[in-house]
Write a protein that binds this ligand. Structure first.
Ligand SMILES: [Zn+2]
Length: 52
């Protein structure tokens, strides 16, 4: 397991559900990326932001 990796979560901006997680490098800029992902609570694609 690489030490310079961390797990972030993608949180729905609509309802706050953390629907996705992924491993990223710790060196990358955090919180800049917004993604359109499917949210099972909203039952549609919505903007997701990175959170811990
Ligand atoms: Zn949602």
């Amino acid at each position: 397991m690489a030490k310079n990796r961390t797990i972030i979560h993608l949180e729905c901006k609509g309802c706050g559900m953390k629907n996705y997680s992924k491993r990223v490098s710790k060196k990358r800029v955090y919180g800049k990326l917004g993604l359109s992902k499917y949210c099972s609570k909203c039952r549609k694609h919505s903007d997701h932001k990175e959170t811990k």
